[in-house]
Design a protein. Structure first.
Length: 391
């Protein structure tokens, strides 16, 4: 049996019978002060009817008290049931004390504790002293022994205000537990989004390349079987690498590099029959996260050129620039294809923007490409900028 089955957490209701008994035991310890009323009933100093009614009143008092302190702490301050129950306890304590004697003054201690355990601090702050004042007033009015009154005042005040602190601790614990659950849920959602975005970038690029090479191999197969076999071998390499990339992305260890993606862009564009102008080196001192964001963005941009643009030419440029905010590295991917099909950005551009935002980068697009005039609605240019400098 594990500890969760036997322990009762603060602010957490019992979930099984064993936990209910443990919590009831902890609460029941404090019922030891009820020994004074019980002794008064069993001493035989009252008539049978008074003894029977006193026992019934004591049972009702204990039952309502247990219902109050065993339930979960309410979240709002307008708990009419708690107010009514405490009013009932106060009235019953007053009635039993007036009719049965000073031994029953101890019930006001439980009234103060109930107020501290169930009511908001503002209400409990005056109700606890009020219950204590009622205890003193009834004791002095009936000319009860002063030592009994003095012995009960301190437990009433201390018990009541201690329970306000316990109640606040319970509420804080509940809020912290819920906040922790919310943070865990947000982290899980963010991880799902990251994984979905990474898989989209990985598989979109690889599957597009596999599709192109498959079509090329199919066209070569009748007349050029050797070249078709070479394309099939390339397909196998790409698929194996895609499988490795997906496994790495799932485990969170894969970090693409900009030089690697530049080489991959040349291969993908050449396989698609697109004339490519791609730089071989990366200028500037680029932080890891910024390089990763640009690498993913380049992969997505080239994938879009291959799959959607119907372009014949694509130019990739890496240009260091000096801005008012400091040096930046600008990546430009321009094609002479058909341009964007709609005004709403797709999942790829949305993922690029999210990655760049994480490294203080920017993304701009324009419906213009190499060899096309601005305003003709042909081609597409994607411009990304990330800060340069040490990580």
């Amino acid at each position: 049996m594990n500890d969760d089955e036997t322990s009762v957490g603060i602010g957490r209701p019992p979930t099984n019978r064993r936990q209910r008994w443990i919590k009831l035991l902890w609460v029941g310890i404090w019922l030891a002060f009820m020994s004074a009323p019980v002794k008064d009933l069993t001493d035989g100093g009252h008539t049978p009817w008074a003894t029977a009614l006193g026992a019934l009143g004591l049972l009702a008092f204990v039952g309502v008290y247990l219902l109050l302190v065993l339930r979960r702490t309410p979240r709002d301050g307008n708990d009419r049931g708690a107010h009514a129950a405490i009013a009932f306890l106060g009235g019953l304590a007053t009635l039993l004390t007036l009719t049965l004697g000073p031994s029953w003054l101890v019930l006001f201690v439980y009234v103060a504790v109930s107020a501290g355990a169930t009511l908001p601090l503002r209400t409990a702050a005056w109700l606890i002293p009020a219950a204590t004042a009622a205890l003193v007033g009834l004791g002095l009015t009936a000319d009860h022994p002063r030592e009994i009154i003095t012995a009960l005042v301190f437990p009433a005040l201390l018990g009541g205000f201690s329970m306000t602190g316990v109640r606040q601790l319970i509420r804080t614990t509940i809020e912290l537990r819920e906040a922790r659950a919310t943070v865990a849920q947000l982290a899980a959602n963010e991880e799902r989004l990251r994984l979905a975005r990474d898989l989209h970038d990985l598989l979109g690029h690889s599957l597009s390349l596999i599709t192109l090479k498959s079509e090329l191999a199919g066209r070569m197969l009748p007349g050029h079987p050797e070249q078709a076999a070479a394309q099939v071998a390339d397909i196998e390499k790409v698929s194996r690498q895609a499988l490795i990339d997906v496994r790495s992305a799932v485990t969170g260890y894969r970090r693409p590099t900009l030089p690697g993606e530049l080489a991959g862009a040349r291969t993908a564009l050449a396989a698609a029959g697109v004339t490519a102008d791609v730089p071989a080196e990366v200028p500037g001192d680029l932080p890891e996260q910024a390089e990763e964001a640009l690498a993913w963005a380049l992969r997505e941009a080239v994938t879009n050129v291959v799959r959607h643009s119907e372009a014949t030419r694509c130019t990739v440029a890496l240009t260091p620039r000096q801005t008012l905010d400091g040096p930046v590295l600008e990546l430009t991917v321009a094609d002479d294809g058909v341009g964007p099909s709609g005004s709403k950005p797709g999942n790829g551009l949305t993922g690029i923007a999210e990655r760049l935002a994480a490294v203080d980068g920017t993304l701009t697009t324009s419906a213009d490409g190499p060899g096309r005039g601005a305003g003709r609605g042909k081609g597409f240019t994607l411009t990304l900028s990330v800060p340069l400098g040490s990580a």
